[in-house]
Design a protein around this ligand. Structure first.
Ligand code: F6P
Length: 364
């Protein structure tokens, strides 16, 4: 008699990032090939779950996607289908709670559990669903690297590689034209990308949200370099960085007015530097280039390990967990410990200590 196979779902939530397809591929292949399970993929993140839109994931559907950026499943980052409080205000957003729809799909598709690949926000929703009867496994993704209790998220290495390459490219114009070049990188309210790429690219100042900067100090950095015959400077600034006593620079889309967007601080800083120091300055906003394209070698390896580990947890019915990379090893942690709190750069982080020792300014 044929044994009914256990079936799991996979979804990707939040902003896309390099390595999502590598996780989907590894989880599906391990589940189908080694663990004897069936897999379906929900379309556009939690939207596919509440609207019951999915398709089977098989060896064929996940073939040839390891090196592809984005997600073959699609994602959604603007909707809060389950009215989960998010952000600093922690207010419950208005609207209909679609939890009953998610539970209905779960039962109808005869699922045993769901692998949910996402950042801080998506993992918070995953934990909420887990508490309300949907067995969940989390996989930490984000270029921002701000998920708690993992040393690293996949996507981060690819983003830092792009940002470091951008610094290298800006350096040629900076030195030829004797300019101050300001590069604004992503990262939300955490400075991980700016710190790593800034160090790798040899930025003269690295400005991160965790260390509010003094404008005067930044002017001093470029003036001092100019006095010492260094005829250009490179400043790497995180989109969430802000001056002392100020707050992050945000704007609102006319369409999605409930979702503030970070970005623009680089341009402002560049204008101020030019005005105050008389040195020519230009700003570049790297934006979504950091999220696009093929995953780096490291992200492919990490994402593949995460996908395999997540499928293993599902086959053992160990739900309510997130897979992670900690201390050089893949392990697991409870979703409850991860949910709701992003991870910032600690002020005594070894890379900050190293950069300071080399004379890099953090604008403080
Ligand atoms: O979380 C990833 C990220 O790229 C952040 O670094 C950035 O602030 C945000 O997403 C941008 O989101 P969106 O693509 O929705 O504008």
């Amino acid at each position: 008699m044929n044994k009914i196979k256990a079936r799991i779902g996979i979804l990707t939530g939040g902003g896309d990032c390099p390595g999502l397809n590598a996780v989907i591929r590894a989880a599906t292949k391990a589940a189908v090939h080694q663990l004897g399970m069936e897999v379906i993929g929900f379309v556009d993140g939690f939207r596919g779950l509440v609207d019951d839109e999915s398709f089977p994931l098989t060896f064929d559907t996940v073939s040839n996607i390891l090196n592809q950026g984005g997600t073959i499943l699609g994602t959604s980052s603007r909707d809060n289908f389950f009215r989960v409080p998010m952000g600093p205000s922690q207010k419950v957003p208005p609207g209909k709670d679609r939890l009953p729809d998610a539970l209905r799909t779960f039962r109808k598709r005869k699922l045993q559990g769901i692998i949910c690949i996402g950042g801080d926000g998506t993992l918070t929703v995953a934990y909420h669903l887990h508490r309300h009867g949907l067995p969940m496994i989390g996989v930490p993704k984000t270029i921002d690297n701000d998920v708690r209790l993992t040393d690293v998220t996949f996507g981060f290495d690819s983003a830092c590689t792009v940002a470091t390459d951008a610094i290298d490219r800006l350096r040629t114009t900076a030195s030829s034209h004797h300019r101050v070049m300001v590069l604004e990188v992503m990262g939300r309210n955490a400075g991980w990308i700016a710190l790593h790429a800034g160090l790798a690219g040899g930025g003269d100042a690295i400005l991160i949200p965790e260390i509010p900067f003094s404008l005067k100090r930044v002017y001093e950095v470029v003036r001092q370099r100019s006095r010492r015959g260094r005829r250009y400077s490179i400043i790497v600034i995180a989109e969430g960085a802000h001056p002392k006593g100020g707050s992050a620079f945000i704007s609102f889309s006319p369409v999605l007015s409930n979702r503030p967007r970070l970005g623009g601080i680089g341009m402002l800083l560049s204008e101020q530097i030019e005005k105050e120091t008389g040195l020519e300055s230009r700003a570049t906003v790297l934006g979504h280039l950091q999220r696009g394209g093929s995953p780096s070698f490291l992200d492919r390896v990490l994402a593949t390990q995460f996908g395999f580990a997540a499928a293993g947890l599902a086959s053992q019915r160990r739900y309510g967990k997130m897979v992670r990379f900690l201390g050089g090893k893949i392990s697991t942690v409870n979703l409850s410990q991860v949910s709701g709190r992003p991870r910032n750069v600690p002020l005594n982080h070894p890379l900050i200590v190293t950069a300071r020792a080399l004379g890099t300014s953090f604008g403080d």
